[in-house]
Design a protein around this ligand. Structure first.
Ligand code: SF4
Length: 365
């Protein structure tokens, strides 16, 4: 049974020029239709999976762009089903979507972890990224969230034009947040940045990954996944379940889940975008057999400091990983891309920078 659930809220106050997530500006009718459909889907999914959830992640979009009344409606829908009592309930918010008073409302709703889209602590970078908040407002929001007792994660975008990454990360680390996600800016097709022909210096982006690790390690953050850093005990339980190949439920337009499936290891089910989602069409199922599941797992687990567990592969697929891939593993260990223990396989620093190439080698094997 899945023990995690992701809920996608696609509404944003403003569309950022680099973003290719499923998102849109809100209008009252659309939000009302979304909430009606969500209620229907929650009841249906709960009937099929009346499980006890360990983690819930409410992401977007900008979920905090819903007003309190709309958020309470979601809480009440959950109260009728799984409840909002999971040990980790993460809620994404941007710095302008709350003040001290609203944080108390978030607490009453049951959220215990806030993921805040800071993106940078430098005004010139925030301006380049087209964000609505400035550095002072962003850092103030983190401070309020910490004072209110939330476990706080902040997102930073690296390799942005004009950014002093070291000083950006230092300012953030000094705030006391317990978790930091650092994503390299990528230029996705059909985004305003792509139309403006903005380019990323790939060599600098690779250097930024190493610099990030150096700076955040000096503030006692553990690099536990290629883009994620945490103080001890503050790793995201929800994301760890993804990376370890666990099942999870998905609700909302554009959300992707991983469900148990008869005759397969699982079904990666992608919900349709909002127009089709509202009328229950366009959902896509992708059934993974043992081999495909292993490629997925190699891709995600090798990006984590916990690495790929042979026991986990065997438990879900019945495949003895080392028996199946022994030659290839030896070759990649000799090339210093992978590191091997009795029970796990890890990517080296060099391997982490070439993870797609490593997965391809497994797929071609
Ligand atoms: S707030 Fe987040 S989801 Fe919305 S447009 Fe900006 S980056 Fe995309």
């Amino acid at each position: 049974m899945p023990k995690s659930l992701y809920l996608h809220v696609p509404f944003c106050p403003h569309i950022c020029p680099y973003c290719d997530f499923h998102k849109m500006r809100r209008n009252e009718n659309l939000v009302a239709a979304y909430l009606d459909k969500l209620e229907h889907n929650v009841l249906k999914l709960y009937e099929r999976y009346p499980t006890k959830l360990n983690t819930i992640y409410i992401g977007g979009g900008t979920p905090a762009h819903l007003n309190d009344q709309e958020l309470w409606r979601i809480v009440k829908i959950f109260d009728k089903t799984w409840g909002l009592t999971a040990s980790e309930i993460s809620f994404e918010a941007d710095p302008l979507s709350f003040d001290k008073k609203r944080l108390e409302v978030f607490k009453d709703m049951g959220f215990n972890r806030l993921s805040i889209g800071l993106q940078s602590s430098q005004d010139n970078v925030l301006k380049f990224l087209g964000r609505l908040h400035n550095a002072k407002q962003g850092l103030q929001a983190l401070d309020w969230a910490l004072q209110a007792g939330f476990s706080v994660s902040a997102d930073i975008i690296a390799s942005a034009r004009g950014q002093d990454l070291a000083s950006d990360l230092e300012s953030l680390a000094k705030t006391g947040v317990q978790h930091i996600s650092v994503y390299s800016l990528t230029i996705e097709a059909n985004t305003p940045f792509a139309f403006r022909n903005i380019k990323i210096d790939q060599d600098k982006a690779a250097d930024d990954i190493l610099l990030t690790k150096e700076i955040l390690s000096s503030f006692n953050f553990k690099h536990y996944e290629v883009s994620n850093y945490a103080k001890t005990g503050f790793e995201s339980k929800h994301n760890k379940n993804y990376w370890q190949g666990g099942y999870y439920l998905a609700l909302g337009p554009g959300a992707v889940g991983f469900l148990p499936a008869k005759n397969y290891i699982g079904n990666r089910r992608a919900n349709a975008h909002i127009k089709n989602w509202l009328v229950d069409t366009g959902q896509e199922d992708y059934f993974l057999d043992a081999e495909e599941y292993i490629y997925d797992l190699v891709y995600s687990a090798l990006r984590t400091s916990e690495g790929l567990s042979f026991e986990q592969v065997y438990k879900l697929t019945g495949v003895d990983f080392m028996l199946r891939y022994e030659q290839l593993v030896k070759e990649l260990v000799d090339l210093a891309m992978l590191e091997l223990s009795q029970t796990h396989l890890y990517a080296s620093q060099k391997g982490l920078l070439q993870i797609n190439g490593i997965v391809k080698r497994f797929m071609d094997n």
